[in-house]
Design a binder for this molecule. Structure first.
Ligand SMILES: N[C@@H](CCC(=O)N[C@@H](CS)C(=O)NCC(=O)O)C(=O)O
Length: 202
């Protein structure tokens, strides 16, 4: 299978981390959707990354669907609980929270690329405030636990790490480590994982 993406996209990072953690053989292809010659719109009608192209050419999108599909391919590890409905919901809710942080940070990034006089400052504030609230919620839920949910790594950890890596990239001035030392400690452990190192290497 082939994963189309870019290194900056937090959704792509989440999908990559799932494939890497589960040791699923794949080729990672850098394909910015807006560049001439991109194959993204041909395979994903939404024109978005990540797009996972299976060997029979089926295209899997978007990142929650990729994560869920990939998680069913093997059990090592199981990243989304299979049978416990409450545990499953909680992991998916963590993912929704992380994706929401990404969504808001992407909006803020988009605004910042517009000429100053065209930027919607109200929109920027709304989305930055949502990120701030969501981080406080993440921190409160995390407490001093080793993992977001349960007693081992899940999709929740990979999704939250992807959101935080994106915040570091686009909002380096945001001092989330100072505001949430428990998140900082958890993140520095996540950062040592081979999957995260690989995703940050290229
Ligand atoms: N909900 C989607 C969001 C994907 C998304 O918005 N990706 C952005 C990159 S971060 C994209 O492809 N935008 C289209 C573009 O850049 O033209 C997912 O989770 O996969």
């Amino acid at each position: 299978m082939k994963l189309l993406g870019t290194n900056a996209s937090p959704y792509v990072r989440k999908a990559r981390l799932v494939l890497l953690e589960k040791n699923i053989t794949h080729t990672y292809l850098i394909d910015p959707p807006r560049e001439p010659g991109s194959q993204v719109a041909r395979v994903n009608p939404l024109g978005r990354i990540p797009a996972l192209i299976l060997d029979d050419e089926t295209c899997v999108f978007d990142s929650p669907v990729i994560a869920e599909y990939a998680d069913t391919l093997n059990d090592a590890p199981i990243l989304i609980p299979r049978t416990d409905a409450l545990a499953r919901m909680r992991v998916k809710r963590w993912e929704a929270l992380a994706d929401g942080i990404m969504d808001s940070a992407v909006v803020v990034r988009g605004e910042s690329l517009r000429p100053a006089e065209k930027q919607d400052t109200g929109n920027i504030t709304r989305h930055n405030d949502a990120v701030t609230r969501a981080l406080a919620f993440v921190s409160g839920q995390m407490g001093q636990r080793a993992w977001c949910e349960g007693s081992s790594i899940t999709l929740a950890d990979l999704a939250v790490a992807s959101a935080l890596i994106y915040l570091d990239l686009r909002q380096p001035e945001r001092n989330w480590r100072g505001a949430h030392p428990n998140l900082a400690a958890w993140f520095s452990r996540m950062n040592e994982r081979a999957s995260v190192r690989t995703s940050l290497a290229d």
